[in-house]
Design a protein around this ligand. Structure first.
Ligand SMILES: Nc1nc2c(ncn2[C@@H]2O[C@H](COP(=O)(O)OP(=O)(O)OP(=O)(O)O)[C@@H](O)[C@H]2O)c(=O)[nH]1
Ligand SMILES: C=C(OP(=O)(O)O)C(=O)O
Length: 225
């Protein structure tokens, strides 16, 4: 029986996360508390859309960070503790084994935590497109990976990092090729934030930028604006 995908969303320690976005909310002042709230907002918008997607059984945030864990638990997400913060692929291998051993997960996926424009429709379409295969979705540049889905009963075998799209392809994952701009739009830079704003930011991220705007910081510039 098809029980749906248990999805891991990895978030590293807040002081180290999304370093290229440091200062994005405060005109470069780089307030660490504001930065932490941005990292958490990105993850919550991603996780909230993912939870609504057809084919998803449960969303688990994978983190060693206690502030992140508390914030996502408050919104009803499960937390898988990454004790080591030993790098993304090691964390995902640990998370994948934990889900197989502790919650009986038989189909596991990994979704990047920085997809603030994600819609449930697009993630559901990508899961459907994968069928029973191991699949991955490249980012909008075509080189990275925003979503990796194991075949049923198999471990995740993640190969994230620079050039991960090629590595996932070479390792036998099927490239999921639909036109899913919100699933492909991970945000590493201010320019990426502008792209996500053009697609429509999720409510947590949008609210942070609304508030920042009121105190004079710039909103992410929309494409073509
Ligand atoms: N749980 C966990 N998540 C990780 C770890 N390393 C990276 N991640 C997460 O994996 C995703 C991609 O990580 P990176 O590309 O290394 O870093 P980033 O935080 O997106 O951004 P930069 O600091 O700007 O490189 C992000 O959501 C990270 O929070 C880890 O060791 N443990
Ligand atoms: C880790 C990856 O992405 P990013 O560095 O954009 O978060 C990846 O695409 O494999």
């Amino acid at each position: 029986m098809d029980g749906g995908v248990d999805l891991l969303i990895p978030v590293k320690m807040l002081h180290a996360a999304k370093s290229r976005l440091l200062g994005a909310l405060d005109g470069g002042a780089r307030d660490p508390r504001l930065h932490s709230s941005l990292v958490i907002a990105l993850a919550l918008d991603t996780a909230t859309a993912a939870r609504e997607a057809v084919g998803v059984r449960r969303v688990h945030v994978l983190t060693a960070d206690s502030t992140t864990a508390a914030a996502v638990r408050a919104d009803g997400f499960s937390v898988v503790t990454d004790h080591h913060d030993a790098g993304l692929n090691a964390a995902l291998r640990h998370g994948s084994e934990w889900l197989r051993n502790h919650v009986g997960a038989d189909r596991i996926g990994a979704l990047q935590a920085d997809l603030p424009a994600l819609t449930a429709l697009e993630l559901g379409a990508a899961i459907a497109a994968a069928g029973q295969s191991r699949g991955f979705c490249p980012d909008r540049q075509g080189t990275g990976t925003t979503f990796l889905l194991a075949a049923r009963g198999e471990a995740l075998d993640p190969r994230f990092g620079v050039g991960s799209a090629r590595r996932h392809r070479e390792a036998g994952a099927v490239e999921l090729r639909g036109s899913w701009p919100t699933l492909r739009c991970d945000v590493d830079t201010a320019a990426d934030l502008g792209e996500a704003a053009s697609l429509g930011l999720g409510p947590r991220t949008a609210e942070l930028f609304e508030r920042a705007d009121q105190v004079g910081a710039r909103r992410p510039a929309r494409r073509g604006a």
